[in-house]
Design a protein around this ligand. Structure first.
Ligand code: HEM
Length: 220
């Protein structure tokens, strides 16, 4: 057993770290729930105030321009259009709210950090144990140890960072801002799962003894 798990031990360690991080993050969220939620609500209220102020300023400007000169009527309508163009950003954010308020969306994303630390931690640990018992060469098992392990460690924090940015940036912009971490983490997890599935299928069909596949499999 000791020798069997040796090539994937580093991946199992990373999976266990993901599980511990998930438990710690849940404990933090449970003990700071009100603090986090009210901070998001304050942030949301401030943004709404700024938006209202912007709208009021834009309307004042429109009125002043309209009464100043009829000759500039065409220009002023163009200006009004420009002011109204500032609003879609806020309207856009509102369109992407799922749970009734941005603050709640942010909390849900923070919670998904916990769910995925635990879920992907278990997933990586179980699939790495399966990997350990395949007839892949040790170097490929080691590689899967890294890809599963790093995927499990990188994916859940992306939800947490996205959660903290949700109110300030808006749900969609927050998502885009953390794609640099989401993308590679998901790619690592899917590539690892795909590689394991292909390995199991090859072993099932007995093709691992074909000369072309000797690069990947131990001689049986
Ligand atoms: C490669 C692995 C995974 C990926 C890419 C992934 C992706 C996602 C995404 C994108 C969502 C949000 C869906 C939405 O917006 O409606 C989600 C939600 C969820 N995932 Fe995963 N997930 C993965 C693994 C897992 C695992 C292993 C678990 C097992 C515990 C899990 C449990 C959940 C749950 C319970 C939700 C719903 C959370 C909620 O309603 O707030 N996921 N997942």
């Amino acid at each position: 057993m000791n020798n069997t798990i040796e090539p994937v031990r580093h991946g199992l360690i990373m999976a266990v770290i993901a599980l511990i991080s998930g438990a710690l993050w849940a404990a933090y969220m449970a003990t700071h729930h009100e603090q986090l939620h009210s901070a998001f609500e304050v942030q949301q209220a401030k943004l709404a105030q700024v938006a209202q102020q912007q709208q009021a300023n834009a309307m004042n400007m429109d009125n002043m321009t309209m009464t100043a000169s009829a000759a500039h009527q065409h220009d002023s309508s163009a200006q009004a259009a420009a002011h109204h163009n500032m609003e879609p950003n806020l309207a856009d954010a509102a369109r992407h709210i799922h749970s009734g308020s941005l603050a709640q969306d942010a909390m849900q994303r923070l919670l998904r950090g916990h769910i995925h630390f635990m879920g992907v931690g278990v997933l990586a640990a179980v699939l790495l144990l399966l990997t350990a018992f395949t007839s892949l060469k040790a170097c490929w098992k080691k590689m899967l140890g890294w890809t599963f392990g790093l995927g499990a460690l990188a994916y859940p924090p992306a939800w947490i960072v996205m959660g903290f940015r949700t109110v300030e940036m808006g749900p969609q912009a927050a998502e885009v801002s953390i794609m640099w971490l989401f993308g590679p983490a998901i790619a690592l997890l899917f590539a690892s799962m795909g590689a394991l599935l292909v390995t199991l299928l090859i072993e099932w069909t007995g093709f691992q003894n074909k000369p072309l596949l000797q690069l990947f499999f131990q001689k049986s």
